[in-house]
Design a binder for this molecule. Structure first.
Ligand code: ATP
Length: 635
């Protein structure tokens, strides 16, 4: 058995040291005994090794290393020579690493380039692991990882493509749109130029939707191009259309090319955090599909996949082949697992209110849903706020995403006049009646606790106010009745808990009254965002008192300041640690919000939401559901 390699001394030809009879001695190589050859080899290995180590460690280890190599090689290859092996090394790699580290610390050395690189690699590995978790089972099995965005047949019209990047940027600046990402598709100022089919354009016009809002102006071209994206925009800024239209166009194209047959589909899915929101999105999409059908396009079928609807009905629609699914995560997961639906041809996944979804503990469900995809998908994520968890989630699930941001994530809608009043608990209910006089109906009253919702509702009924109530403890029928009668203006006041009304689009809400201040500033932003929609102005009145945590009051104070609203004396009087942090120290001079929840009044170290998450984790809870223990996307 030879121990030589091409980099070492010439082959010793030890065993063929005989001479030919013709006296050809030029090739003669003197015989080197095996032990000598090995020693020479050990010396070379040791000298190479020592070159890589600081001198002291090399000196300490060199001999041992030589002996160690020697011992191992000889025991493997030359066992009769065990005597020469000497003692085995007592310094293993871990000990060497420890020794090296100690020396670096002792000499005050900074991290070596190598260490930095290793750290970098570990991070990449970690990101890779996360990415893998979100890949589908088939992708995992085949080791597939997508690195390029999806392609679609859509492209901007020639005159838009002819514009310079500076011109695109000017348009973005005009509408306060900030984009991040590679090769961002251009913003397009009109729906017509986006190549949206005429019947849809006419329908939008009939709904008084004539020009795209900023999030649509940039978000639609990004999504039409097939790019993964994260859209962040104020509440009520038209996000629903921005993620629904790309799916409708995709479905239309698929159906045009090869009509779906029984049991096929969907081509895309929209996930919503609550049944009500899913239903609302479903109704919007269905209305557009009807318009298309009336104009002679093929019928696009949409399935509403939420709890409270009989599986049988859903199965009936599915059997015809369904193009689009609007779902809550729980029910969709259930249907996938029971193989009542499959993602064999599914290419589009949208998460509406992604922040809510993660908050409500649906992260695992969403990961599981993602694992059912068979092919690369386009992932579109919309969120009014952008807490850290969503950023991590997006980073791990999206391919070369484009971030489209209109305003600071988590900022309040500037079309809402925010009034904050100090009202003691015992005076609230009486004062509520007074507040209801501020504007004409419809008015939304929010309370965190479902018992308060019930109490307020009963009180208003006693006082002759046409009110309805909605919270997680109500049945599906009760919830639907309340929303229907409020939306159709049959009832003037809707009293609601957060979970039942998140993201719901009620037209023309004049006034939002926060009977209590929610525990998290994001909820406050969502609540007041129910008014001031579609460019109209609304009022939000919020009752605060000493029962509110100082943290949330500080967040509120900063939010009011950011939106140029009046700050009541009670908030001004608060001792504010953020006052000592000048925004001039912050890169770009921008307001710095908590990286976990987006609150402006504190840093992540004091984040109440993070603390609550930790407590929930320690208690072994997933954090799913709301304060009432209600699951938004329950089966
Ligand atoms: N381009 C537009 N012009 C005028 N109105 C629009 C436009 N796009 C959407 N709307 C209308 O604005 C209202 C709010 O839209 P939407 O519900 O999509 O907001 P949102 O951004 O999803 O809000 P939230 O974050 O609160 O859910 C809807 O009634 C919708 O019909």
């Amino acid at each position: 058995m030879s121990h030589t390699t091409s980099t070492e001394t010439p082959p010793p030809r030890a065993q063929d040291n005989h001479h030919d009879g013709d006296g050809d001695d030029d090739d003669y190589v003197p015989y080197v005994p095996v032990r000598k050859r090995k020693e020479a080899q050990y010396e070379r290995i040791a000298s190479r090794y020592n070159q890589r180590l600081p001198a002291t460690v090399a000196a300490a280890n060199g001999k041992d290393r030589v002996r160690d190599h020697k011992a191992r090689a000889e025991s493997e290859d030359d066992s009769e020579d065990d005597r020469a092996a000497g003692p085995r090394s007592t310094v293993n790699l871990v000990e060497q690493a420890v020794e090296l580290r100690k020396q670096q610390l002792a000499s005050g050395m900074e991290k070596t380039e190598e260490e930095k690189r290793l750290e970098e690699e570990a991070k990449i590995l970690e990101a890779h692991k996360q990415k893998k978790q979100l890949a589908s089972a088939a992708e995992l099995a085949q080791g597939i990882q997508y690195t390029e965005a999806m392609r679609t047949s859509w492209h901007p019209p020639a005159h838009i493509r002819a514009k310079t990047p500076e011109q695109h940027e000017q348009l973005r600046e005009k509408f306060h749109i900030i984009v991040e990402g590679e090769d961002v598709p251009p913003p397009i100022p009109t729906f017509k130029e986006m190549r949206i089919p005429k019947p849809i354009l006419d329908y939008l016009k009939s709904k008084n939707i004539k020009k795209p809002t900023p999030i649509q102006l940039q978000g639609l071209p990004v999504a039409f191009s097939g790019r993964d994206m994260i859209g962040i925009a104020f509440t009520g800024s038209g996000k629903t259309l921005a993620f629904s239209l790309p799916l409708i166009m995709l479905a239309l194209e698929c159906e045009g090319k090869l009509p779906l047959i029984q049991g096929e589909g969907p081509v895309g899915v929209i996930l919503c955090p609550s049944r009500e929101l899913a239903r609302q999105t479903y109704e919007n999409i269905s209305a557009i599909c009807q318009v298309l059908e009336r104009a002679g396009h093929p019928l696009l079928r949409t399935l509403l996949c939420i709890g409270g609807i009989s599986m049988h009905d859903q199965q009936h629609t599915l059997s015809k082949g369904v193009h689009m699914v609007v779902a809550t995560p729980g029910r969709l997961q259930d249907m996938l697992e029971k193989q009542k639906i499959n993602f064999n041809i599914c290419r589009y996944l949208c998460m509406d209110e992604a922040d809510r979804m993660v908050d409500m503990g649906f992260e695992e469900d969403v990961r599981n849903i993602m694992s059912f995809f068979r092919h690369q998908r386009q992932t579109v994520l919309y969120s009014a706020t952008m807490p850290k968890k969503i950023q991590d989630f997006a980073r791990s699930a999206l391919v070369k995403p484009v971030v489209v941001n209109v305003g600071r994530a988590g900022a309040a809608n500037l079309d809402v006049i925010q009034e904050v009043e100090y009202v003691k608990d015992e005076a609230k209910i009486i004062y509520l009646l007074e507040c209801l006089q501020k504007t004409a109906p419809p008015v939304l009253v929010f309370a965190e606790n479902k018992h308060d919702v019930d109490d307020i509702y009963e009180y208003l009924l006693l006082k002759g106010v046409e009110a309805v109530a909605i919270h997680g403890g109500k049945t599906q029928e009760e919830r639907e009745y309340a929303i229907r009668s409020f939306k159709s203006y049959k009832k003037d006041v809707l009293v609601a808990s957060d979970v039942a009304s998140k993201g719901l689009d009620f037209a023309d809400i004049q006034h939002v009254i926060n009977y209590d201040m929610p525990k998290e500033i994001e909820d406050y932003v969502h609540r007041i965002g129910r008014t001031g929609r579609s460019g109209k102005t609304g009022i939000a009145t919020t009752f605060i008192n000493m029962g509110c945590s100082e943290q949330i009051l500080l967040d509120l104070k900063h939010l009011l300041r950011e939106a140029n609203q009046r700050i009541p004396p009670v908030l001004l009087a608060l001792d504010d640690p953020m006052d000592h942090i000048s925004t001039s120290n912050v890169p770009g001079g921008r307001l710095r919000s908590c990286t976990f929840c987006g609150g402006l009044g504190h840093r992540i170290t004091e984040c109440p939401k993070l603390e609550a998450h930790r407590r929930a984790q320690m208690a072994g809870r997933t954090g799913r559901g709301d304060a009432e223990g209600h699951r938004g996307g329950e089966l």
